[in-house]
Each structure stands twice: as C-alpha cells, then as structure tokens.
Design a protein around this ligand. Structure first.
Ligand SMILES: [Zn+2]
Length: 252
C-alpha cells in the first residue's frame, strides 16, 4: 500500500504532542513517537500536558523525557488545569493555546480525538483544530470505560520493539495508576494488536489515528496562491521549488 512519510523535508520535523492528562500522550502515541524519533532523531518536540496533580506531574515529566530520549530538542510543559473541569476553564485554556501557537509552528500535531467521550479530551481536540488552522493534525484514541472506541482512518505500524518499549515505559512511569484495573499491559497491547490487524502491520502492532483533514499534494505549493492567477505557471513552479514544504507526502 502507498504510505505517507516525511518527504522533501530539508530540516528536522517539528512535532507538537498535546494531552489533557498525565499519561494520555503516552497511551495515544507512545509507539508512534518512539518510532518517529528513531527515524528522525533530530526532531524538535513540544510535549504539553494540561492537567496533573503534583505527584502525577512528576511522573508525566519523567515519562515524557523517557519517550523523548532520541529527540534533538524535546521540551515538556505540564500545566495545572483542573481534571474534569476543562470546559469551565475555557478562556485560560484558549490563552494557553494561543501562547503555544506564538512560540512553536509544528509540522505535525498529535491531539485527542474530537469524538472522545471525555469532556477534557474533547475540548483539547477542539482547541487544537481552532488554533492550528493550517497544520497536519492527527487525533489519537484513548481506551476507557466509556464505549467511544471508533474506527481510525490512519495507522502507524510499529515494530514489536517500539510497542513493547511503549508499554514497558508506561507501566514503569506511572506507578500511581497501577491500582486501576484497566491500567495493565493487556489493555495497551490489545488495542495496538487490533490496529495492527486493521493495517496489515508486519509486526502485528500499530496505533490508529483520525486524520480529520489531510492534503494530498503533488507539487510544492506557492507561498501566495494568487501567484497562479497573476504570474503564470512556470514562475509559480520555480517559486514553489524554493520552499521547503513541510507536509506529509507519499513515500514507499
Ligand atoms: Zn485523559
């Protein structure tokens, strides 16, 4: 099957990872970020957790740094928004997103799925879409009590080593969650195994995402779309070639 990869990139990719609570990012994209950094070790990563108690903030930071060990520049932020009450803190959250947009322009954004039943997850997904207006956004899934697991339309096949490292690091990093009945390796392996079946992953494991809006592009795009109307196609093509257009493009 034709796959997507980072192509025409003459610089290390910049990745933004957003999670409502400590451990959300790891559960949703842990294998993908390990795999991505293995192939793009110079990547710049911003990892933002919006809510954590002091105990969980320590776990979240240690875990994030473990997952970002291969990043060229990995920065972690942990905020103190109230767990379960994000809609009541909309203005402050929106301001946090606006500040993030000013400081970091990502090639790729990972965030919650906007169909997620948890109100905190859903609001983070909505703010991601309304803040990062011209970016590739992939929405990840979180297994939980609520029956909201759906059918992702984009898959990242993982090596068994990445899947195993994801689960081992999760279990080691979040001691505070080990008493929860669902926080067991089987939960994480089973979802990755199902997504691996659905994507015909050679290892059998994958993570699933929702690509709410993706552009399939054959030529570099001009910085100013009006150039096609005013300058003629040859000039537009030359202009476009000068750009390093950071977008997912067809690979092998
Ligand atoms: Zn969560």
């Amino acid at each position: 099957m034709l796959s997507l990869t980072f192509a025409r990139q003459n610089k290390a990719p910049s990745i933004l990872c957003l999670g409502a609570h400590a451990d959300d990012i790891e559960i949703g994209i842990g294998g993908t970020i390990l795999s991505l950094l293995k192939h793009h070790p110079g990547a710049r990563v911003r990892w933002v957790v919006f809510s954590a108690t002091p105990e969980r903030a320590g776990e979240a930071r240690a875990s994030a740094h473990a997952f970002l060990r291969d990043a060229g520049d990995g920065r972690v932020a942990v905020h103190g928004f109230r767990d379960g009450f994000f809609p009541a803190e909309f203005a402050e959250l929106k301001e946090t997103f606006e500040a993030l947009k000013e400081e970091f322009d990502p090639d790729l954004v990972f965030t919650h799925h906007r169909g997620d039943s948890h109100q905190d997850h859903r609001l983070i997904a909505e703010l991601t879409g309304s803040t990062f207006r011209n970016h590739v956004i992939l929405e990840y899934e979180i297994p939980k009590y609520d029956p909201d697991i759906g059918n992702p339309n984009l898959f990242v096949p993982l090596s068994y080593e990445c899947a195993e490292l994801k689960v081992d690091t999760l279990m080691r990093s979040f001691a505070s969650q080990r008493s929860r009945r669902w926080f067991v390796p089987e939960t994480f392996y089973s979802l990755m195994r199902l997504r691996g079946v659905q994507s015909a992953a050679s290892s059998g494991y994958a993570e699933g995402f929702y690509g709410a809006k993706l552009c399939f592009q054959f030529d570099p795009a001009p910085a100013d779309p009006n150039i096609y109307r005013s300058g003629g196609s040859e000039r537009a093509r030359d202009f476009g070639k000068e750009l390093a257009w950071p977008i997912l493009a067809p690979g092998r």
